[in-house]
Design a protein around this ligand. Structure first.
Ligand code: GDD
Ligand code: MG
Length: 352
């Protein structure tokens, strides 16, 4: 069984972070996002993964290569122009065998994938769509099932009057690969708006088991920040690349001065330096090579590789792309800063 990861979106909702770093390789705490998915797939015994890319494919290949370092074989299916979520799977079909796992490239779940595949097989399903409950389905694909868990209806981005359940498409599918015959080759095609409705109309057996555990789509700034809080709090279990310390993590190649205050939870990545009198946390993530000067305070924020934070600067509820410089006594609140942003001393991103 092989897997396809749909990783060709432009990540528009995460701009400007995704202008230079495509979402699949955006760091999530200590690793590029897709590595969390590769871990899930490798754990379920998947040996080969096809990453379907359209936006900055070279950046994705540069990070994941042939997959050897990640415990799976990786191949790439590159689209000249994005073919949509269905067209992308169809485009990869020559590389697949009889059964295929498909993952949206921006979701995380602590799913027992083996159990889902076993049930799919035992019930002779043509397709399985994993569902997850959410309070407001409008930003997702609404999926209704019958009492036996068979999918009855799939409505992408439903209007309020169409919402009759709280279960949505979690972006995890098991497909008998033959069902891809329903899609035209080489054309733009939506798996949610076209393919699943067509499969249901044809009467194929489509299962919709509900995953009750952790699930998130990291595609918006709020959710991207949230997944960091969830990993730091252990709501999504990841063994981070570092050493546990005082309710957080400090990488062995980071330097934290004895006089720095670390308030749990936090993550200080490799190459980072935190001076005495700085205050980190709660929920501060320094991805790698971040320098924090004396008296600076950082909470509820993610700082990417190469950022520097000046003395007594304050950062909260913010996402900082790579190589950002925050000047002395600057106040950064609720900000999204793209690669290389320079905030001079005393700058404010919030009302004074
Ligand atoms: N290769 C390729 N080509 N990948 C694509 C393309 C494309 O043309 N378009 C989108 N993708 C990838 C994105 O990179 C993302 O990983 C995934 O497909 C889903 O696209 P999003 O743009 O993130 O869709 P969404 O979040 O609005 O909705 C989807 O995900 C929800 C769950 O998070 C849908 O599948 C919903 O039904 C679902 O509920
Ligand atoms: Mg998404």
């Amino acid at each position: 069984m092989k897997a396809v990861i749909l990783a060709g979106g432009e990540g528009t909702r995460l701009r400007p972070l995704t202008l230079s770093t495509p979402k699949p390789v955006a760091p999530v705490v200590d690793r590029p996002f897709l590595r969390h998915q590769l871990d899930l797939l490798a754990g379920a015994g998947v040996a080969e993964v096809i990453i379907s890319v359209a936006y900055h494919p070279e950046r994705v290949e540069a990070v994941f290569g042939d997959g050897r370092a990640f415990g799976v074989r990786i191949r790439y299916a590159v689209e000249e122009t994005p073919l949509g979520t269905g067209g992308a799977v169809k485009n990869a079909s020559a590389l697949l065998d009889e059964r295929t796992i498909v993952l949206n490239g921006d979701i995380l779940a602590d799913l027992d994938l083996r159990a889902v595949v076993a049930r799919h097989e035992a019930q002779g399903a043509a397709a399985t769509i994993v569902l997850t409950p959410v309070s407001n389905p409008s930003a997702y694909g609404l999926v209704e099932t019958d009492l036996e868990g068979r999918v009855l209806r799939f409505v992408e981005k439903p209007r309020p009057e169409q919402i009759r359940s709280n279960t949505i498409n979690a972006g995890i599918y098991i497909l008998e690969t033959r069902v891809l015959e329903l899609m035209p080759p080489g054309e733009k095609h939506s798996i949610e708006r076209q393919f699943f409705p067509a499969l249901l109309a044809r009467g194929d057996r489509v299962l919709g088991p509900t995953h009750e555990g952790y699930w998130i789509d990291i595609g918006t700034p709020q959710k991207y920040l949230q997944v960091h809080r969830d990993i730091l709090a252990g709501r999504f279990a990841v063994t981070l690349d570092g050493a546990p310390r005082g309710g957080g993590w400090v990488h062995p190649e980071a330097r934290v001065a004895p006089g720095a205050v670390l308030e749990a939870p936090f993550y200080v990545g490799p190459g980072s330096e935190v001076e005495a009198g700085a205050h980190l946390g709660p929920d501060a993530v320094l991805v790698a090579d971040v320098r924090v000067a004396a008296g600076a305070r950082i909470r509820d924020s993610v700082l990417w590789r190469g950022d520097t934070v000046g003395p007594e600067a304050e950062i909260g509820g913010s996402l900082l792309g790579p190589d950002v410089r925050v000047g002395r006594k600057a106040r950064v609140e609720g900000a999204l800063l793209g690669e290389g942003t320079v905030l001079s001393d005393f700058s404010r991103t919030c009302r004074p």
